[in-house]
Design a binder for this molecule. Structure first.
Ligand SMILES: *Cc1c(COP(=O)(O)O)cnc(C)c1O
Length: 356
């Protein structure tokens, strides 16, 4: 039976990425060797990382003066690396969920943190709107897509200080005005590559200004200078990332992908909004994530949740159980997920609803 993969992360990858990666595991670049067993200093791998950086810049229209890095440690290490390198006196943060609060916790280790607003009061089911970012903050950090709660900020915030964003789960889903940012980071395992690589887009002028000792490996300057090759980078995930970037280019780039993503999200949200038994957890349409669609059973059907999971699983739906902090269901509609899978889920929801 065909499986429809709605996992939140690690998550679905394009067939192109999987097949090209599988080929390279057997024989990489006609070397007669697997990509798993070659030097990261070989000219064949250097070509891979160079092309990945170039395509990254092309697809996101990254202007001159920025570097693209491929590092280890996940987005979670960036929660600490960002303030360690960029926080001089004070930084502003927006609290929109667990990932944002983890970033805030690390930032507090390095200086004053102004949490300008939080949506914790309603379990992070909305995006705070009326907040003021102090003009003397070194940067304003926000999480563009809140993977757990299904909320998303799809417009670069208008503030008077440089932006820094965690875009782990919605990079390559919309054009970004990179010039407003000092730094953008994300774990790759949602919209780019297998787990193990973290991307960082950093403005070269914005680093090297913090007045503290920074360990070599945690200093962005090290990695900018060495082109992500100061030490052994995650070779295989970087190779896979390149395949995904090629696939994105083939799809027509970020604007074309955004259109596909908006269409997929609309089909699912419309089905939920029209349903008698399901309800979306994010009421305001403007705040709804097009990547992670969170929904629950209406109170009068609450005890059917487990039954729906079983029913959907039997029909090939994978990974639709909601995060434990939210409950219910979460369907992640990352770039590689085809519309066909969204329609299959909607059909399963309708079929289940007819039973009750
Ligand atoms: C998954 C996720 C993280 C955590 O990423 P790791 O690579 O596991 O550290 C951080 N932020 C967001 C928005 C995420 O979706």
């Amino acid at each position: 039976m065909k499986k429809h993969n709605f996992y939140a992360g690690p998550s679905i990858m394009s067939q192109f990425t999987i097949e090209e990666t599988a080929k390279a595991v057997k024989d990489f670049a006609d070397m007669g060797l697997s990509i798993l067993e070659i030097s990261h200093r070989s000219k064949q791998f250097q070509a891979v990382i160079d092309e990945a950086v170039e395509l990254f810049k092309e697809l996101l229209e990254i202007p001159e003066g920025y570097s693209v890095l491929f590092l280890g440690g996940g987005a979670s290490l960036q929660f600490a690396m960002v303030p360690m390198n960029m926080l001089r006196k004070k930084a502003a943060y927006l609290d929109t969920g667990v990932w944002a609060s983890k970033a805030i916790k690390e930032a507090k280790l390095f200086g004053e943190v102004d949490v300008v607003a939080s949506s914790k009061d309603r379990n992070y089911t909305y995006i705070p709107k009326d907040y003021v970012v102090p003009g003397d903050a070194d940067y304003f950090h926000y999480t563009s897509n809140n993977t757990i709660y299904g909320t998303e900020i799809r417009k670069d915030p208008e503030v008077s200080v440089p932006l820094i964003a965690d875009m782990s789960s919605d990079v390559f889903t919309r054009p970004i005005d990179i010039s407003k940012y000092d730094l953008i980071y994300g774990g790759a395992q949602k919209n780019l590559a297998p787990a193990g690589v973290t991307f960082v887009i950093v403005k070269d002028d914005a680093i090297g200004k913090a007045d503290r000792v920074i360990p070599t490996m945690l200093n962005y300057e090290t990695h900018v200078k060495k082109g992500s090759m100061f030490n052994t980078p995650p070779v295989l995930p970087i190779f896979s990332a390149l395949q995904t970037l090629k696939y994105y280019k083939q799809l027509g780039g970020v604007r074309a992908i955004e259109k596909l993503d908006l269409d997929k999200a609309e089909v699912l949200y419309n089905a939920i909004d029209a349903s008698r038994i399901f309800v979306a957890t994010v009421p305001d349409h403007a705040d709804r994530s097009i990547m992670n669609v969170c929904f629950v059973m209406k109170p009068e059907y609450k005890d059917l949740e487990k039954e729906f999971i079983d029913f959907a699983t039997e029909k090939g739906m994978v990974g639709i159980k909601g995060h434990r902090d939210v409950g219910g269901f979460r369907a992640s509609l990352y770039n590689a997920l085809p519309m066909e899978s969204v329609k299959a889920l909607v059909d399963v929801m309708k079929e289940f609803e007819r039973k009750y």
